[in-house]
Design a protein around this ligand. Structure first.
Ligand code: GDP
Ligand code: IMO
Ligand code: MG
Length: 422
């Protein structure tokens, strides 16, 4: 059986959580393969809102097992908070959530380093979620990190202290930041107990055995393609491979096991944090998108930057990921617009281009837009493509033809059931 992949085609927050939750009944196992609590995946079930940061979005489906893979970085404090939230909502997680021993741990001092590094960058800051993601992946590739498996071994406290001391030394070169290390450290060690109480697995064996046994597996991406450490808008990116390639290293599965690649785009585009965003707008249209789409970060509450979709950017993401299935979310957000648009190419130094340049921070790109009439109609209760307003159908058909990709699912609202299957 193949491992299907679901990931974001833009700068994150495309609605991955909602779609994974919807698709999960078709799968035996849902796995996170990269990122950490920088992610905020929202799922709304019967009006009740849940935001997941580390735990896969298959957790609300009782027959689905959930795996936190080796490519993920885990903050025990956030993890414990998520478990408590799910327990309070009446969900049991003890039998359907397992964690890779090789996943790396985010220490309190990683969060300090994240904040101090951003403070030092000043105007050039990445706009990190300050969850310690960058410093933790730096320790992973620098071969200094602590992993989930280490917490079960003797000498863990000493390893922790050694790494903490190293971080405190490093912090000397940065501006001072406010951080109550003592109380954070206490909370961290308390939370480790929660992490210890779950089954720890060798994810690579677990999943390859599952593939052999014919189980259906879905890998849930975090962030989005344009935040990928290699292919995103570097240096304004996150610290992991958010793309299909990240599934192999983040779970320990071979490329030939990858099946469908389900990519998600909003019907428009958002970005949170700093960095280039060619179709970003300011003014009434952006304000209307932000308001209608409730575009405020699920992790940090920051207002998201808004603009129209960007076809060359989506083509780039489709290429990098090997897209096979396209999902469009938040189409309902455009319901009240007189006119909608998409960027179909760019003007750069007087020349029309349709490829992303090496460095978007150094290249002037002016999007060339094509406008379409709005449909000014509700999409509530629509379940079939044939029931869509005519102008909406025209808009999404245009998107399909420009991306040379048929739409597979169209999301018309945040609730689990608000979807049109094509
Ligand atoms: P993720 O990080 O990709 O899982 O996305 P987030 O949860 O950060 O952000 C997506 C937001 O849009 C959440 O508040 C969702 O509840 C909401 N959402 C998802 N799909 C739709 C949709 O089709 N329409 C509307 N209006 N909201 C949606
Ligand atoms: P989900 O999974 C949107 C952004 C941050 C910042 C940059 C680096 O919910 O789509 P980091 O904390 O990783 O060092 O931040 O990446 N970012 C996200 N933006 N959605 C996310 O996750 C994000 N995770 C990180 O805003 O610009
Ligand atoms: Mg999010």
């Amino acid at each position: 059986m193949a491992i299907d992949v679901l990931l974001g085609l833009q700068w994150g927050d495309e609605g991955k959580g909602k779609i994974v939750d919807f698709l999960a009944p078709q799968y035996d196992i849902v796995c996170r393969f990269q990122g950490g609590p920088n992610a905020g995946h929202t799922i709304i079930i019967g009006g009740e809102k849940h935001v997941l940061h580390t735990i896969p979005s298959g957790i609300f489906r009782p027959d689905c097992d959930n795996v936190i893979g080796n490519g993920v970085v885990i903050d025990p404090i956030t993890f414990q908070r998520e478990i408590k939230g799910l327990t309070a909502a009446g969900l049991s997680t003890t039998d359907n959530l397992v964690i890779s021993r090789k996943a790396h741990l985010i220490l309190p001092t990683h969060r300090m380093l994240d904040a101090a590094s951003e403070a030092m960058k000043g105007e050039k800051k990445i706009g990190s979620t300050l969850r310690g993601i960058g410093p933790t992946y730096m320790d992973k590739t620098g071969r200094n990190g602590l992993r989930v498996g280490d917490v079960m071994q003797s000498g863990f406290r000493q390893k922790y202290n050694e790494l903490k001391e190293k971080h405190l030394g490093l912090l000397q070169i940065y501006p001072q930041i406010e951080f109550d290390l003592e109380s954070e450290e206490k909370a961290w060690f308390d939370a480790l107990e929660s992490l210890r109480s779950f089954e720890h697995i060798d994810c690579e064996y677990y999943l390859n055995d599952a593939v052999k046994a014919g189980k259906k597996i879905l890998a849930e991406g975090a962030q989005g393609t344009m935040l990928d450490i290699d292919f995103g808008t570097y240096p304004y990116v996150t610290s992991s491979n958010t793309t299909t390639a990240g599934v192999c290293t983040g779970l320990g599965v071979a490329p030939h096991h990858i099946g469908k690649v389900i990519g998600i785009t909003k019907a428009y585009c958002t970005r949170v944090g700093s960095g280039p965003f060619p179709t970003e707008m300011e003014g009434p249209v952006a304000d209307q998108l932000r308001k209608a789409g409730a575009e405020f970060g699920a992790t940090t509450g920051r207002p998201r930057r808004c603009g129209w979709i960007d076809i060359p950017q989506l083509r780039y993401s489709a290429m990098i990921n090997g897209l096979t299935h396209l999902v469009v979310t938040k189409i309902d957000v455009l319901n009240e617009f007189d006119e909608v648009a998409m960027a179909v190419s760019y003007a750069s130094n007087g020349v029309e281009v349709d490829r992303l340049p090496y460095d978007l921070t150094q290249t002037e790109l002016t999007p060339i837009y094509q406008s379409y009439p709005g449909w000014k109609a509700s999409t509530d209760g629509v379940t079939k493509r044939s029931e869509l307003p005519e102008a909406l159908e025209a808009y999404i058909s245009e998107m399909e033809s420009m991306l040379d990709q048929k739409i597979y699912l169209l999301s018309t609202g945040p609730e689990r059931s608000e979807l049109v299957e094509f």
